[in-house]
Design a protein around this ligand. Structure first.
Ligand code: SF4
Length: 184
């Protein structure tokens, strides 16, 4: 329908758990679809960067800024979306990936590519081409782009996601419960 708001989601440096919570909307998805339509989402219909439409009303962005690609994509999404929501604790604060800030980039790469129990890498090669470069620090979304609101939780509860999306679409004040954590 022409008067429905255009909404979208994207993930950056997170674990995808916030998007799994989105798939747990179950019948609440129908309430969201009454007032909005999804234009793209990694769990619904993915989109190439150069095909991102520039008339998105609201986007939920999961994850913090872990690497160069995250920052590039965050800036593209900011240009193309009227309202950006930091979706989940990683987007709002850095979250679990932010624990990487306790080590240097070199230490993290050595652990991932050389030292971990499951790695077989006798030549101790750390890839530098064709993979996004890690930032020296994980940062929340608001450190690199303007964020209009935040939906905390790790992940946010599905019923709260639906409630927040519908409130945003209708232009109503956001009411996010203090205990907005996942039940599982
Ligand atoms: Fe995963 Fe929690 Fe981060 Fe969401 S906030 S991406 S569930 S770690």
């Amino acid at each position: 329908m022409a008067d429905k708001k255009k909404i979208a989601t994207m993930w950056l440096g997170g674990c995808s758990g916030c998007h799994i919570a989105l798939t747990d909307l179950h019948e609440l998805l129908l309430d969201v679809l009454d007032v909005a339509q999804f234009e793209f989402s990694p769990v619904l219909m993915d989109v190439k960067y150069d095909e991102i439409p520039d008339d998105i009303d609201i986007i939920l962005i999961e994850g913090g800024i872990v690497n160069d690609e995250n920052e590039e994509l965050a800036k593209i999404l900011r240009e193309k979306c009227k309202m950006v929501i930091a979706y989940g604790t990683c987007a709002e604060f850095g979250g679990i990936p932010g624990l990487g800030n306790l080590w240097t980039t070199e230490e993290l790469e050595e652990e991932a590519y050389i030292n971990s129990e499951s790695t077989v890498n006798p030549d101790k090669i750390i890839p530098s081409e064709g993979v996004p470069h890690l930032k020296s620090r994980v940062r929340p979304l608001a450190d690199v782009i303007k964020v209009d609101a935040a939906l905390p939780g790790c992940p946010p509860k599905s019923e709260v996601i639906a409630q927040v999306l519908i409130s945003l679409v209708k232009g109503e004040p956001l009411e996010i419960p203090d205990n907005n954590l996942c039940d599982v």
